[in-house]
Design a binder for this molecule. Structure first.
Ligand code: BV8
Length: 268
């Protein structure tokens, strides 16, 4: 697909900054998984989900109140979401981010990947040390004992599913109105406070505190860039905003970072 000049120039700028960075931080959202066929939160339209669920607003279901009011509905929704992402594969955007981590680390740099996604696709694509800001759908926990259970060990023959202790099982995700895992926030704040480059990729930038880290990094002098299919509230805050699909843009960024050479390449 022909690349327009403006996008090519922006990719070159991002690649040059990454190539000489000692620390690169990235936050991703549902847009990075979209090319794997996983529905996003806010792009959802009839093509995004089965008719049964297209009448529900994810914002209304991803809450502790919804779970307490109707645990069967909420656990069926998460089981349906899992069923739609259980067999999908990482796409070139996931693979490119794992490759970018390898390139940065091979040159002695630090790479921190923060994700809002709960689908495990970054890890499946080869990324390591992934910080899951909003938890994961792949493990559930008993509300009575706190025991964690792999989703693969839950029969889902009855809804809502219960643990061996008889307590309700819920996905190990962070719902609206719930605080993020302390260690995840600490790692995100640490990365945002030390990175030379902060990339926000495939996120609408409307959920906090996840959307705050790129601005925090920019405010303290990091170079910030966005890769997203559509404009977001972050687009005017970052140094460079690239409108495009992560599965197309990120492989080009990695290719240029490799070509430019690393910290010891004597950049002026
Ligand atoms: C918190 C897990 C402290 C579950 C999610 C009132 C009461 C309580 C809190 C609040 C409140 N008002 C505001 C808040 C804060 C609230 C918040 O931010 N609300 C927003 C909506 C206003 N945040 C919280 O509640 C957080 N906790 O603040 O705790 C607290 C506690 C009590 C009281 C006060 C404060 C918890 C937030 C976490 C919620 N859990 N998910 C689940 O997944 O089921 S958030 C949910 O949204 C998903 O994680 C999702 O990832 C996330 C963000 O969405 P995106 O990832 O950005 O996805 P989206 O669809 O929006 O956008 C996709 C983008 O990709 C689009 O821009 C599209 O253009 C682009 N795209 C599409 N395809 C591609 C692409 N880009 C590139 N390439 C492509 N191919």
């Amino acid at each position: 697909m022909p690349h327009d000049d403006a996008q090519g120039t922006a990719i070159e700028e991002v690649a040059r900054r990454v190539a000489r960075a000692k620390c690169v931080a990235v936050v991703t959202g549902a847009g990075v998984s979209a090319e794997s066929g996983v529905a996003t939160f806010r792009d959802a339209g009839p093509e995004q989900g089965d008719a049964l669920w297209s009448r529900y607003d994810p914002m209304q279901l991803a809450t502790i109140d919804a779970f307490n009011a109707d645990p069967e509905l909420v656990t069926r929704w998460y089981h349906w979401r899992f069923s739609r992402c259980a067999h999908v594969k990482p796409n070139p955007g996931h693979v490119a981010l794992a490759e970018l981590q390898r390139v940065v680390e091979s040159r002695g740099g630090e790479f921190v990947l923060l994700t809002q996604n709960i689908d495990g696709l970054h890890q499946a694509g080869g990324s390591t040390g992934v910080v899951e800001l909003h938890g994961t759908i792949l493990t559930w926990r008993c509300v009575k004992t706190g025991e964690h259970v792999s989703i693969h060990d839950i029969p889902f023959d009855v809804f809502p599913p219960r643990s061996r202790a008889g307590g309700l099982l819920r996905p190990n995700v962070v719902w609206f109105g719930e605080v993020l895992p302390e260690d995840a926030v600490e790692r995100a704040q640490d990365a945002a406070s030390r990175c030379d480059v902060f990339l926000t990729i495939g996120t609408s930038g409307v959920v906090y505190p996840a959307a705050s880290f790129v601005q925090f990094a920019g405010d303290r002098g990091a170079f910030t860039a966005e890769v997203n299919k559509d404009p977001t509230p972050l687009s005017h805050m970052v140094d460079v905003s690239i409108m495009g699909r992560s599965g197309e843009v990120m492989p080009r960024v990695v290719e240029r970072v490799r070509g430019i050479g690393g910290l010891d390449a004597g950049h002026t």
